[in-house]
Design a binder for this molecule. Structure first.
Ligand code: ADP
Length: 487
């Protein structure tokens, strides 16, 4: 019997949150959020202007300067964060369905991955709220010297559309634990779940002005970056946007952290557990419609097992279930919007014209919505566009390699450095690869294993700083040295 479709949720909030008040944009302008399944309008949300950003920054400044967020007992801050996590858990099905509606991702992924990871992240950082300690430092002379860790102030947080809830949680968690206040801009493609999360934050009792959400396009984000009342920018998105943000942020010397794109090598040696590697290759590339910054988009396979591996991975790609993301059986939904859809189809054409072998897929799926067939290219070479550029779609590029000697150089011959994976039963080979590959995360015999406690971020063009784990708290704190004379 076919599993029942999950019902799309009721949309509760389509205004933005500034200083605890839900409001229209000052210009009265709104923009449309489009359903990627059928290209219909889901909702219209305010297009935040510079004036709206200014109001949000003022509200965040006020909440920061006059408290009570960073001045409240740190345990209470943690308690409120846990309350938000509890409310997200209590409303998990609704939040997941809203994410599916806005983004197009399969409901089973939203419920089984995005939401649990986001809730876990908020709980992890709630636990840090009362554990931010300084040091006592033995300095020369008769002094007592110690450090305090203080919140950096107002954090401007700009997030993308591929994991809207999860990205908000990654950003809110360490900022709130550290005592910062927030002005967040969700991506224009997927604004709805961030607004709902902010509603739940209000319900949890997080004080007015601590979390402000301004919806809008890139210009709205740029207004946050330029605003002198913002102390720090945390951004996830494209490296070209990060380059603009760096220039804009320079004027006011803002602290910045970036989590950007990737072209991650996923390396399968001949001695690997083949079925596990095939499953990891499929998941590592096709998960979330290929819209993952850490997607294993350069799949290197050792020559001696190449044919066997390719046969298995193509067969597996063909089993992916495309269709209505509200069907629990669906494993692949549409791409997020027409821009992404057209860009990916453009790369598929380039792959074909540059001489890669299209082994399955290679076209759109159906005639409505932004669905793309799971596509696998074989015999890809390092110079082809599909081996160099971030495609951000369900397009797997398989590159044969001869042996361990050549693989590190080839794996590292990219300007990205976000993630990498290696499949082998030889622990020496695995550790040598992990040590030499220039990437912020290395998975051995697994892929896409995320945990709130494990840092994530990129080398080179893939980012600056790290998210998650204890290390991310340093993005939101300043160290203050206090020296007191004891004579
Ligand atoms: P993607 O290609 O994944 O859409 P972008 O880098 O374009 O990535 O967008 C990520 C986020 O950055 C979105 O919220 C977007 O609105 C925002 N953004 C785009 N341009 C700018 C900019 N110049 N300054 C600040 N934020 C921006």
């Amino acid at each position: 019997m076919a599993a029942a479709l999950i019902a799309p949720p009721k949309i509760r909030q389509t205004n933005m949150l500034i200083g605890g008040k839900w409001q229209e944009s000052r210009s009265g302008k709104r923009f449309k959020s489009i359903n990627p399944v059928n290209e219909q309008v889901i909702a219209e949300v305010p297009e935040g202007s510079e004036a709206d950003v200014d109001a949000a920054v003022k509200a965040a400044r006020k909440a920061f300067e006059s408290g009570p967020w960073h001045t409240m007992d740190a345990r209470d801050r943690g308690r409120l964060m846990n309350k938000l996590a509890d409310l997200m858990e209590a409303n998990l099905n609704e939040l997941a369905a809203l994410e599916t509606l806005d983004n197009g991702k399969p409901i089973s992924d939203a419920r089984g991955a995005d939401l649990p990871l986001a809730i876990d992240c908020l709980r992890y950082y709630a636990g840090w709220a009362d554990k931010l300690t300084g040091d006592t430092i033995p300095i020369r002379g008769n002094y007592f010297c110690y450090t305090r860790r203080e919140p950096v102030g107002v954090a401007g947080q700009i997030i993308p559309w591929n994991f809207p809830i999860l990205m908000a949680a990654w950003k809110w968690g360490p900022a709130l634990a550290a005592g910062c206040t927030i002005v967040m801009k969700p991506a224009e493609q997927t604004p709805l779940t961030c607004l709902r999360m902010a509603e739940l934050a209000q319900e949890a009792g997080i004080p007015d002005g601590v979390i402000n959400v301004v919806t809008g396009y890139g210009d709205t984000g740029a207004a946050i970056v330029r605003h002198p009342g913002v102390d720090k920018i945390a951004f996830t998105g494209h490296y070209e946007t990060a380059q603009k943000i760096m220039v804009d942020a320079a004027r006011t010397l803002k602290r910045i952290t970036f989590e950007l794109g990737g072209k991650s090598p996923n390396v399968v040696f001949a001695d690997a557990d083949l079925d596990a590697a095939v499953a990891g290759a499929e998941f590592g590339l096709f998960f979330n419609q290929g819209q993952c910054c850490c997607a294993g988009s350069r799949l290197f396979v050792e020559q001696s097992i190449y044919d066997q591996f390719v046969e298995k991975v193509v067969a597996r790609a063909k089993t992916r279930q495309l269709g209505d993301p509200f069907d629990p059986k669906t494993t692949q939904g549409p791409q997020v919007d027409s821009d992404q859809f057209n860009k990916i189809l453009g790369y598929i054409d380039k792959g074909k014209s540059e001489g890669a072998e299209c082994l399955t897929g290679g076209a759109r799926f159906g005639d409505k919505g932004y669905f793309i067939q799971p596509t696998v290219f074989g015999n890809v070479t390092d110079e082809m566009s599909i081996a160099k550029d971030e495609i951000f779609g369900p397009v797997m590029s398989i590159l044969p390699f001869k042996n361990a000697d050549e693989i590190i150089e080839r794996a590292n011959s990219t300007y990205y450095g976000l993630a990498a994976a290696v499949w082998t039963r030889d622990v020496v080979k695995a550790h040598q690869f992990a040590a030499k590959v220039r990437a912020g995360t290395v998975w051995v015999n697994c892929y896409d294993v995320f945990d709130a406690a494990a840092p994530f971020g990129g080398f080179k063009f893939s980012g600056m700083g790290r998210e998650l784990g204890e290390i991310a708290l340093s993005n939101y704190t300043e160290s203050k040295t206090v020296t007191m004379s004891l004579s």
